[in-house]
Design a protein around this ligand. Structure first.
Ligand SMILES: Nc1ncnc2c1ncn2[C@@H]1O[C@H](COP(=O)(O)OP(=O)(O)OP(=O)(O)O)[C@@H](O)[C@H]1O
Length: 270
């Protein structure tokens, strides 16, 4: 576990959300802190996406509060929450298909744009310099996720794994303080997953608070500083990855066995 003791940037308390009789999320607390990766895992239908939607303003919770850097963001719409520094990615990548990879990332920098239509039609040298800086930053973001070589290609020309990395780059382009990643490893092959893992560690090192929903338990237990396990909408366990791995209740909920979660499959592992 990381020794970092910085205060949580994102703090959610008592989050609940029902769909009819289904308590999708039931009184869950969660935090995310700068320079740390916090993960949320749990079996299908455990409430992970519903929790993400509540945190990011995409679907209001029935109860609970969410604060970002001490400010109550519980009832704010997603675009206001994004402007305050909490950005999310989606399970299904949503690129702009008629724009290149670089342009897609550039579009993600919009939160920092100042120009407006006047600046676009009559760009002053200052506006041009600001644009050049955004292009440079977007290239650096692409490099961080290993996609710089694809900058002039179109999303439809990318492999599934590259599309996921592009989705993350688009999120990073907004320079979030808190980045919510919804199943970033879904559909990735082994090589792409290790590229993703490197990117996650770089994002953490940059001081961003990362909240990760992910089915790849091996990946989660390798990269996370803290893990929250949901089961049927409720918090089952919360702790350091090594404790989660050994916890019989987690193994039972997740794998239907009380054996500990198997150790990460290194070379030649099962
Ligand atoms: N819009 C909705 N309408 C009705 N029920 C919903 C809705 N969204 C989610 N649910 C239900 O809420 C529960 C939690 O779903 P959720 O998608 O949050 O789980 P999850 O942990 O993200 O699952 P998965 O790992 O399969 O993505 C499930 O029982 C699901 O069927």
């Amino acid at each position: 576990m990381s020794a970092t003791t910085s205060a949580p940037l994102l703090q959610a308390r008592g989050i609940s959300k029902s769909f009819g009789a289904v308590k999708a999320v039931d009184d869950v607390d969660i935090t995310a802190s700068p320079g740390r990766i916090s993960a949320v895992i749990g079996p299908n239908g455990a409430g992970k996406t519903t929790l993400f939607n509540a945190l990011s303003g995409f679907s209001a919770a029935d109860a609970g509060t969410v604060t970002l850097d001490g400010r109550d963001i519980t009832s704010l719409p997603p675009h206001r929450i994004a402007r305050l520094g909490l950005v999310r990615t989606f399970q299904t990548a949503r690129p702009l298909r008629t724009a290149t990879v670089l342009e897609n990332v550039l579009a993600g920098t919009y939160l920092h744009g100042r120009g407006g239509i006047g600046a676009a039609l009559f760009p002053t040298p200052r506006v041009r310099r600001a644009e050049a800086a955004l292009v440079e930053r977007s290239r650096a973001t692409l490099a961080a996720v290993g996609l710089l070589a694809e900058q002039d290609r179109y999303p439809d020309e990318l492999a599934a794994g590259q599309l996921r990395l592009l989705e993350i780059a688009r999120g990073l382009a907004a320079e979030p303080r808190v980045l919510l990643l919804d199943e970033p490893a879904a559909g990735l092959n082994k090589v792409e997953t290790s590229r993703l893992e490197e990117s996650l560690l770089e994002i953490r090192a940059s001081g961003t608070a990362v909240l990760l929903v992910e089915h790849d338990v091996d990946l989660v237990l390798r990269v996370s500083d803290h893990v929250t396990v949901l089961d049927f909408g409720r918090l089952l366990r919360s702790g350091a990855p090594e404790d989660i791995r050994r916890d019989p209740a987690v193994a039972a909920a997740y794998f239907g066995t009380e054996d500990p979660v198997p150790a990460p499959s290194d070379e030649g592992g099962a």
